[in-house]
Each structure stands twice: as C-alpha cells, then as structure tokens.
Design a binder for this molecule. Structure first.
Ligand SMILES: Cc1cc2nc3c(=O)[nH]c(=O)nc-3n(C[C@H](O)[C@H](O)[C@H](O)COP(=O)(O)O)c2cc1C
Length: 336
C-alpha cells in the first residue's frame, strides 16, 4: 500500500526550490541532526540540515556528509550554518563552506547573525540558501543580501525565539505579505492541520524541530525521548532573557537553576556557563539524565506523542493535512 509520504500532496515554491516532495523541512538540531536523521528526512520527501558545528573537525564533518549522501538515496539534504554574534566564532564557517561545497551539498540553512558574509560564495556555487530568523526585520536584510527563502519562527519554537516574542500566527501571516521570497514557517508546528494553516497564511512550507526530537533515527538516549513524549505544551520555559539571548528549553532542574540565577539580576555570563554550555546538552543526549543540562525544546512537544521513524511522522503529518483540507472544504461548502 502506498504511504502518505510517498505521494506529493502540495506543490509550493519551497518544494520546487529544493526539489523535494513535501514542503516540510527539518531544521538543524545541534548535536542531533546527524546523517541518519537528515537522510531519513530526505527519504521521506522533506529536507533536513546537518549542523556543521556539531563536529569536532573538518574530517568528521566531511565524513558525516558522505554518510548522509549514501543514506539519502539520491534525495537532497542540506547543512545548517549558525552565525554566532561572537565574531571570533565565525571564522570556522568558511571552512565548513569549503567542505560542504566540495561534497556536493547545495542546500544551506543559515541562522543566527546576518548571513551576508557567506552568501556570495554560496550563491556563486549554486546553493539554495534558506535564512532562519525570529523577526521580520532580520529577514528583510537577508533577502537584500541574496537569501533565496526565509524561515521565520514564532515564539513557541524550541531554541532561540528572539527578543520580541511574536507568535507563529502573526509571523506566518506577516512574513509572506512583506517578503518577496518564499517563506517557511516554524515554531510550535507538529501536526498536519498546522501545515495547512501555514500554507493558508501564505507560507510555502513549514520547518520543524521539537516535533521531530522523538524520531528513531535521532541518536539520543531513549529516556530523553520518553521525556519529550511525556511533555505537554506547558513543559518548556524561556530562560536567559537577562542576557538578551532568550532560549526556549525543557523546564527541567538545569533550566530552573538558571531561572533562579536570573531572578537575582546576575548579568555575568560566567555564572550561567556551566548550565548553558552546549557540552552539557550533548552529555544528556548520551546519558539520558534529562535534568542535567539545558535542552532546547518548544511547545510542540505536546504533539510528539510516541517514538517513531521519521517516515512515520511524515505519514502522520501528511494524513492529518489531507484531513484538514477536507475539513476546510466541508465547513466551506462554496469551496467544494
Ligand atoms: C534540540 C534543538 C536543537 C536546535 N539546534 C539548532 C541549531 O543548532 N541551529 C539552528 O539554526 N536551529 C536549531 N534549532 C531550531 C530548529 O532548527 C527549528 O528552527 C525550531 O526547532 C522550530 O521550532 P519548533 O521547535 O517549535 O519546531 C534547534 C531546536 C531544537 C529543539
């Protein structure tokens, strides 16, 4: 029997731009979006992004791209390049670009600071570049600099929701009205009915993070995934606003400790470092001790209700989207 992920349901500017079957993208996930997961998204008809910063050196990064290519079965996949606001941490990105171009990758998700410095080289080499933002103002600049598409995330998202806390309903409606390039909406999305809603708002696709954390292909401890399954829409919290680097994470012991330090008015990063450094999260993914680090996670955790292969999650999203389309037609007899 044909499965939903095997058949295109939507033809959008984003499916055409990336040459994919479904306008459902899997955003980069630090430490987690490695070859098995990203290749599974590619085979399911979407596209995922390997986080370049997750690898200790260029050799390991190159090897991961090669593994992904082998596993992706000829389907496109991409790389996530995160631009830090600490300039000294961005020199490495040029080397990541050398490797990804050399390995034939032509889809890139940029995020964090403005991608202008990377765009000329990526565009010259024929890459499709999606720049991810939490606020429209930053999108406009990236479009002027040559980004092909914009992913805009609402404050429901896991990771960095920005400083203005604008929800996905507003972002998803406003961005397509204002920008002259295809828009992908993220933040709190974990069902097919939300995919339909995003397309109705004018987006040409969606980008998921939290919903996918329970994917079987993600290399993380089962106890961690079970905690995501148990989580609901109230299980995340915002921290680090005091450092103007707001982060939506699982509401666990580490996050509550950080919130307590924030409540004292502390503004020295060193006080937060032991909890917020990425290696703590990486350790949790290995040990499953989910209270021991700050773990990016958004409100869409409520939709992650079981451990499942990526293709099964795509099936669920697409079947739900098809039902949502029928529902809209039923409640609007004039459309039938
Ligand atoms: C565990 C986790 C790690 C993430 N790591 C990154 C990252 O390294 N780079 C990046 O651009 N976005 C990162 N994100 C953001 C996602 O790519 C995506 O934009 C976001 O999760 C979408 O919102 P959602 O969580 O509501 O689906 C991460 C998100 C999560 C949940």
């Amino acid at each position: 029997m044909t499965r939903p992920h095997e058949v295109p349901l939507f033809d959008t500017a984003v499916t055409r731009l990336f040459g994919i079957r479904h306008p459902i993208l899997c955003g980069g996930l630090m430490w987690l979006s490695t070859a098995p997961y990203v290749a599974a998204a590619a085979r399911a008809g979407g596209i995922g992004f390997i986080t370049a910063r997750s690898f200790p050196d260029m050799g390991a990064f190159r090897a991961e791209l090669q593994t992904c290519r082998e596993l992706a079965g000829g389907n496109p996949f991409g790389v996530n390049l995160y631009l830090s606001n600490r300039e000294s941490e961005n020199a490495i990105l040029e080397r990541h670009v050398d490797v990804l171009l050399d390995e034939g990758v032509r889809a890139v998700e940029t995020a964090g600071n403005a991608p202008g410095v990377l765009l000329p080289r990526l565009k010259e080499a024929g890459c499709t570049v999606l720049h991810k933002v939490s606020i429209l103002k930053h999108a406009e600049r990236a479009v002027r600099d040559g980004a092909d598409a914009i992913a805009i995330v609402g404050m429901e998202c896991g990771g960095h929701p920005g400083l203005d806390f604008i929800g996905s309903m507003v972002q998803g409606t406003l961005a397509p009205m204002r920008l002259g390039v295809p828009v992908v909406l993220g933040g709190g999305i974990g069902t097919g009915r939300q995919v339909v809603a995003a397309l109705a708002m004018g987006a040409a696709g969606v980008i998921l993070g939290t919903r996918m954390l329970v994917s079987e292909e993600i290399r993380a401890h089962e106890d961690y995934k079970r905690r995501i399954v148990a989580a609901d829409e109230r299980s995340s919290r915002l921290v680090l606003g005091i450092l103007r680097n707001t982060y939506r994470v699982m509401d666990n012991t580490a996050a509550r400790t950080v919130a307590a330090i924030e409540a004292t008015g502390e503004t020295d990063f060193e006080a937060y470092r032991p909890y917020v450094q990425g290696t703590a999260a990486r350790r949790v993914y290995t040990t499953g001790d989910t209270d021991e680090g700050m773990l990016a996670m958004g409100q869409a955790a409520v939709f992650a209700d079981s451990l499942a292969p990526v293709a099964a999650i795509y099936d669920e999203l697409l079947a739900d989207a098809a039902t949502a389309l029928d529902t809209v037609r039923r409640v609007s007899p004039v459309m039938a």
